[in-house]
Design a protein around this ligand. Structure first.
Ligand code: NAG
Ligand code: NAG
Ligand code: NAG
Ligand code: NAG
Length: 785
């Protein structure tokens, strides 16, 4: 057994000047000029890596290649002219930062057995092998591998002789344990090695049932983060458990386990508490909002409709949705309320008052209790049958309002949890904490998180994007490929994953090269595109399509029967694009995956679900009202771009505004400025009611589609889902002819120099529904009336 000196650590107290400094830092984001001493960015250069600004000139974050971590700190702040680590109480200037190798901690103690090799630390991919002395049985993993994030693979290895009432709880790597007797009421206590933070239970008590209280502790290096895969499996595993266990008689199989269900009469409240303080950047705040939408989306994709309570907090808390709101169980309502939320709402009071945030949760419970009392309910469901799940997202260190843990105790007391042993009510409250980034004091928030046997309630993630990935992953592992209009959202997803319905179409014409168009996958077998991409002589075998990274062959091509490009030639109008839509049927069904999945078509059951509306009560009319009702409708199309660094082709989404109602006329009037329409006397000759109009400079400058974009989808994004409302048909001006595709990384939203009459026209899906309904009748899309 290894002997090391290890002192139990006390909770470091936050000093007043720390608090003021944090506030100053956060304010710095908005009043950069106020800083009294500037820091030289060159003095912050890191060997082997680089940095990005969290707050320009004031706070930076290092990035190191995989397998390395920034030493001595990940985040540096400018303080009196020097770069310092905020976690360092002495505020010593940091001189030479470097990217160091990530290593795994060594076992401090291993009871009743041996392990090898014995080293002061372990490199990534090194292996530890354990062996028990005679008479002891090995539980957990015999071999463990050091993972790239500095964790050990597998489970804690334990050599147990089975003599206790409870099994030997073991000693996690990096920890030491006090207590070696495992009878009822016996207690063990854990300590972590000096540089490691303890997550999970510090104390565990052997219960009469033969199980230990709390959850296994983990001793974690400051540079170790949970990966998105770890979060998605452990969080959804635990959350599923929470809802599932509300029906104790049910035996669940492994496949069924993934469905969250609640027993009749039972209900679930999910409180989401979002830290809006350190998320100074608007972008980060929006990302956090997206993450929450995604989580709500995920939960409602199961058979469960919890009531949501949503609270953001900085110096003061702000209730976005209360569980007592009659609409709080409607996912679309909750997501809409969330989307309305502005970061500016917390702008001038950027402290981190976590206690106040949690107090709002408590108050919501009290209000709900009052409500239920008024309604004469007895017993009160909030206390007797409702399961409460608190999800806390924070990327800062709380610095105002004091210690939030008494509020958790207050909530437990309110819910009658832990009052007496006979009545086991721990199941009625779960507190999950997601700490994002390096500023979170993980040991402090660990106090708040629930500790339950075999579950994980506290997660430390590198950045908000990892949480987004984790929730994405949870969506993917369900039956979700068949759900329409889902895409991966996070930055590092590839182009196909971000636009998995986008199809490239090539038509090979002997002697005349190839013609390129775009289309959208609308089912496993069909692609919707524009009819004008094809000539009357084109045959299916001349057409190939690329979906994701896969080339597919086409079985048949069918244009809309009313599409007749030459219909108005006798009036001197050479081209006419009414009903400019076509369907390509694939020879074989495509296997749906993250790079190839269908977009939602309006007036289908899939879109009703995407909009989180009740099915089958929701009608086609409801879809049109929700998607197209207002005068200016934001939509998007996807177009090629050129990577600034590698010059390879990428894709980018461009936002345009569909002009409806009163704005429609002036948009359509510009059609006659098209070269081919010089003989048009009345714009309604060429712009029929089938068209949607985008482009121009009012109310904002819209980007324009280019020739190769023809046939691609015009999309409305709603609640993280993508619904096709148009097929790109033609434009008044060819704006892209001379200019190469724009840089993917460019901040610009539009091409410069496009005239105000540069309008684009798209066939409205709502106007060609009878044809789609007929052609796609066997595709299982379940068209609505
Ligand atoms: C940061 O450093 C990595 C190498 O560690 C490099 O690949 C990357 O391009 C750098 N990023 C920026 C923005 O300079
Ligand atoms: C671990 O990595 C360091 C630095 O890369 C190297 O010097 C050392 O030999 C490695 N140790 C083992 C046991 O592989
Ligand atoms: C552990 O590693 C040893 C030697 O490397 C090997 O013989 C053994 O089969 C491994 N055990 C397990 C459970 O993988
Ligand atoms: C407009 O009509 C005139 C006379 O019929 C014809 O010569 C001309 O080509 C037409 N313009 C276009 C763009 O087709």
């Amino acid at each position: 057994m290894e002997e090391t000196k290890d002192q139990p650590k006390g909770e470091p107290e936050m000093q007043l000047h720390d608090q003021l400094f944090y506030i100053f830092l956060a304010l710095g984001a908005f009043f950069t000029g106020v800083a009294d001493a500037v820091c030289d960015p060159k003095a912050a250069i890191i060997l082997g890596g680089n940095f990005t600004w969290l707050v320009e000139g004031i706070q930076l974050k290092y990035e190191c290649p995989d397998g390395k971590y920034p030493y001595p700190a990940e985040v540096l702040s400018c303080y009196r002219g020097s770069w310092i680590n905020m976690q360092d109480s002495l505020k010593k200037p940091v001189r030479r930062s470097q990217c160091r190798d990530i290593r795994c901690p060594r076992p401090l103690e291993f009871e009743n057995g041996l392990y090898e090799p014995r080293q002061p630390y372990y490199n990534i991919s090194q292996e530890l092998t354990f062996e028990c002395y005679q008479g002891y049985t090995l539980r957990g993993s015999q071999n463990r591998t050091c993972l790239p994030n500095g964790k050990w693979s597998g489970q804690t290895t334990i050599c147990d002789d089975g003599a206790g009432r409870c099994p030997n709880p073991g000693v996690p790597i990096g920890a030491r344990k006090d207590g070696t007797r495992y009878r009822i009421e016996d207690r063990v206590r854990y300590y972590c090695d000096n540089k490691l933070a303890l997550m999970g239970s510090k104390y565990r008590v052997c219960q009469e049932s033969g199980a230990w209280t709390g959850s296994e502790p983990e001793c974690r290096s400051p540079f170790t983060y949970d990966t998105p895969e770890e979060v998605s499996s452990k969080f959804i595993g635990s959350l599923t458990e929470v809802a599932e266990s509300s029906d104790p008689d049910k035996i669940v199989s492994d496949t069924e386990k993934r469905r969250i269900k609640i027993s009749p009469g039972g209900s679930m409240n999910i409180y989401i508490v979002l830290d809006a303080s350190q998320s100074v950047g608007k972008q980060k705040f929006n990302e956090a909002k997206d993450v929450i939408s995604k989580l709500i989306e995920k939960v409602s994709s199961y058979d469960v409709t919890p009531n949501y309570g949503i609270i953001t907090f900085a110096t003061n808390p702000k209730v976005i949705v209360s569980t007592t709101d009659p609409d709080s169980s409607k996912a679309f309502f909750v997501i809409d309320e969330l989307e309305k939320l502005q970061h500016a709402d917390h702008l001038l009071k950027p402290g981190t008052n976590l206690k106040a945030g949690l107090t709002s949760v408590y108050e919501m419970m009290v209000n709900q209790q009052e409500d239920e009392r008024h309604r004469g309910l007895d017993p009160l469901p909030i206390i007797s049958t409702t399961r409460h799940v608190i999800i806390l997202l924070t990327d800062g260190n709380y610095n105002m309002g004091g210690d939030p843990s008494p509020v958790i105790r207050q909530i437990r007391e309110f819910l009658h949890i832990g009052r007496n042993r006979a009545e086991h009510r721990e199941d009625y409250l779960d507190v999950y904490v997601f700490g994002i980034g390096n500023l979170v004091n993980i040991e402090k928030v660990n106090e708040l998180a629930s500790k339950k046997n075999g579950e994980q309630h506290i997660f430390k993630l590198k950045e908000i994007e990892d949480l987004q990935k984790a929730f994405d992953e949870m969506i993917d592992e369900s039956e979700a490929f068949s759900m329409c209009g889902l895409a991966k959202e996070y930055e590092s997803a590839d182009n196909e994953e971000k636009n998995p319905w986008l199809v490239s179409i090539s038509i090979l014409r002997s002697g005349r090269g190839t013609e390129a168009c775009k289309g959208a996958l609308v089912s496993e077998k069909y692609i919707l595109t524009a009819a004008h991409c094809f000539t009357i002589d084109d045959r299916a075998d001349q057409i190939t399509v690329k979906i994701g990274k896969k080339n597919m062959e086409v079985a048949s091509l069918k244009s809309h029967p009313q599409y007749t490009v030459g219909k108005l030639r006798n009036l001197g109008i050479p081209e006419f694009y009414d009903y400019d839509v076509a369907l390509l049927e694939l020879k074989e069904k495509i296997t749906l995956n993250s790079q190839a999945r269908a977009i939602c078509l309006p007036c289908t059951a899939g879109t009703t679900r995407a909009l989180r509306r009740p099915h089958p009560q929701t009608t086609c009319r409801d879809h049109e009202e929700e998607l197209m009702a207002v005068g200016i409708v934001k939509a998007l199309f996807v177009t090629p771009c050129r990577d600034k660094y590698t010059s390879t082709r990428g894709l980018r989404r461009r936002t345009v505004r569909i002009k409806n109602n009163d704005k429609k006329q002036s948009c359509e009037a510009d059609a006659i400025k098209a070269k081919q329409y010089e003989n048009v006397t009345d714009v309604s000759q060429v712009v029929t009611e089938r068209f949607l109009c985008t482009g121009g400079t009012e109310p904002e400058v819209d980007p324009n589609t280019c020739k190769g974009d023809s046939g691609g989808p015009l999309i409305i994004a709603k609640r993280m889902r993508y619904i096709q409302v148009g097929v790109i048909s033609w434009g008044v001006v060819e704006v892209c002819k001379s200019t190469p595709p724009m840089e993917c990384q460019s901040d610009k939203e539009f091409q410069e120099h496009a005239p105000s009459h540069a309008r684009d026209f798209h066939i409205s899906i709502f106007k060609v529904l009878p044809w789609l309904r007929e052609e796609l009748r066997d595709e299982g899309l379940d068209f609505l009336n």
